[in-house]
Design a protein around this ligand. Structure first.
Ligand SMILES: Cc1ncc(COP(=O)(O)O)c(C=O)c1O
Length: 334
């Protein structure tokens, strides 16, 4: 069975497991785990920030990013399809108790929208805006750095903070051919994941200035996210950070090849965005296609008229060829 459901399904490699087995550890709640500290220092440096905090998940990194930059009742501006909105159980309204103000369409707010939303700032009827949220990559799509800069500049000019959900920032940097710090530029906080395209078994990080990360560290403990000898899992993340970033363009090239082959089939259209292939099926038919692919030995996720296929560490060149053949056989049967 070829599994293209998500890049979160990758399992640690032999070398990564060895690094984890041999990791030096201590009690991280007391700041005494040398491997966690090394991971945090290296992550902060790569993203051009003073400090980083290792956390269990991208979800937690995002929620802490929100928590350190808002007060309850304030507005956070986000896209309706951001992970923060649709995939974190509404935690933004439970933990930070903020009011999400949503836009749709393009994965970044237009100048006109920002101007409209900032108008009436200070009006007694209105919640105070506090934070602008972006996601890069966004369903695999790379947000141009110029658009990010426009949004973060706007936020700062009006006293707002800016957060980047960079769960797949590493893929964005690889696609653009820039250092990760360039993609993180201009944001007050950035969350990144080690457990997606990089293939680590556990963990994410939140980066920012030293005081912000100090407050996030308190927030992590508040939420019960303090971990003891976390160096065991941090070693996997550190290995992934050091050894798996440079191979990401391979995933992107494989996704592009798969998209070309799927796009050539009747009734389907497909585009590759970094490591993701987004397939459009006839209206409402995605479930039937997903089931047919599974019968041909290919697992994917989909619904409505959309199917997503994700290429990552364990997906080889020949898996991509086999996946394309499985799709072709399924299409011929449907
Ligand atoms: C864009 C984005 N942000 C955040 C997350 C959350 O990461 P985690 O699954 O580690 O909580 C995901 C997970 O897929 C994601 O795709």
């Amino acid at each position: 069975m070829i599994d293209l459901r998500s890049d979160t399904f990758t399992r640690p490699t032999k070398e990564m497991r060895r690094a984890m087995a041999e990791a030096e550890v201590g009690d991280d709640v007391w700041g005494e785990d040398p491997t966690v500290r090394e991971l945090e220092e290296e992550t902060a440096a790569l993203l051009g920030r003073e400090a980083a905090l290792y956390v269990t998940s991208g979800h937690m990194a995002n929620q802490l990013g929100l928590w350190v930059s808002t007060h309850s009742g304030e507005e956070v501006w986000a896209h309706e399809n951001h992970h923060l909105i649709g995939d974190e159980q509404g935690a933004a309204t439970v933990i930070s108790r903020v009011l999400p103000k949503l836009y749709s369409g393009d994965p970044f707010p237009s100048r006109e929208l920002l101007d409209r939303w900032i108008t009436g700032l200070g009006d007694v009827h209105r919640a105070d805006p506090a934070l602008v949220w972006l996601e890069n990559t966004f369903s695999g799509q790379v947000i141009p750095l110029a658009e990010q800069k426009r949004v973060t500049d706007f936020a700062h000019a009006h006293g707002l903070k800016a957060h980047l959900d960079g769960a797949r920032l590493w893929n964005a940097a690889a696609h653009l051919g820039v250092e990760p710090a360039r993609v993180a530029e201009g944001f007050d906080t950035v969350s990144v994941c080690f457990s997606k395209g990089l293939g680590a078994p556990v963990g994410s990080a939140l980066v920012g200035d030293a005081d912000t990360v100090r407050r996030a560290r308190r927030g992590r403990k508040l939420l019960g996210g303090g971990m003891r000898q976390a160096g065991i899992i941090a070693a996997g993340a550190l290995y992934a950070l050091r050894h798996h970033r440079e191979r990401l363009p391979k995933d992107h090239a494989r996704a592009a090849r798969l998209a070309d082959q799927v796009d050539a089939l009747p009734n389907l259209s497909a585009v590759a965005r970094t490591n993701m292939v987004l397939v459009t099926t006839p209206e409402g038919a995605a479930d039937r296609y997903v089931a047919a692919f599974a019968q041909e030995g290919l697992r994917v996720l989909g619904g409505g008229d959309r199917i997503r296929m994700v290429v990552s560490l364990e997906v080889t060149e020949s898996d991509v060829e086999d996946a394309a053949k499985a799709v072709a056989r399924a299409v011929a049967r449907l």
